[in-house]
Design a protein around this ligand. Sequence first.
Ligand code: BV8
Length: 254
Amino acid sequence: MTEIPDELVAGLRDAFSVVVLTGAGVSAESGIPTFRDALTGLWAEYDPMELATPEAFAADPARVSRWYDERRMAVQKCEPNAGHVALVQLEQWLRGRGRKFNLVTQNVDRLHQRAGSVDVIELHGSIGEWRCTETGAIVNLADRKEALEEYPVRSACGGLLRPNVVWFGEALPYGVMEKAERLTGGAEFFLSIGTSAEVYPAAGLLEVARYQGGVKTVEVNKAGTVASGGFKWCLRGASGVILPDLVGQVVGGG
Ligand code: BV8
């Protein structure tokens, strides 16, 4: 059982509004490599920071398309883990009592949605969706089991299909960050789970929570991060272990 401060459990049990930010660490226990862990297999020699850019796609659309298509198919084979499920339980428990819960994610795997989370705010898009570089038309490939027939894929209008994710150097989808900032500033609790807090503007949500004043902040991570010193509580361990413990104590005692 994770050692969780009573004050934290009691506070969450009475909270009127909770905002959760998740990163790749939440999906790690589902078998999806995080950004900072060395990529395994074919991609071990590539740096995701170098591949996840419009420049990489422009220079070699075939290589980038193949990387994303392989990740897309790998995600399909993964299942939400106990951490995802615990967040659904907290969401339903709070909303069932007329209280607010908002989930903001940097992840592009949609495992939160597959676990049952609704109204998920996706800051960086979704790897199951691809879009035409010319028209922006979206093609949903989330359920396509087989690999794309060629790399890159030409779209019907003569453009190329690219993953509908936010690359480094690209703006986030319109309005998502503003909504996440507004919700975080008005929350009683801000939980940052499984993120290295190194990618902006997502990582800026902690600053929003801290400088709005009054927001109680919690970090759940198996290791320390550059932001750890800014949190009221830091729970060290795997999110798939800590979250079921934490949520179990909150909803169980409530
Ligand atoms: C932009 C989609 C401007 C693609 C991703 C200040 C302000 C604004 C921008 C910047 C800024 N400073 C720098 C920038 C530029 C840049 C940036 O942040 N660079 C970083 C590297 C310094 N930001 C951008 O480019 C953003 N765009 O700012 O645009 C603009 C404005 C107008 C017009 C034009 C441009 C866009 C950033 C989005 C990039 N896309 N993903 C894809 O997935 O391929 S980001 C990518 O990293 C993933 O989404 C990932 O989630 C995200 C963040 O990483 P984490 O989720 O934290 O994952 P990571 O591997 O780092 O860490 C995992 C953590 O989990 C670790 O702490 C580990 O300890 C922990 N962990 C592991 N296992 C577990 C665990 N914890 C618990 N349990 C476990 N089991």
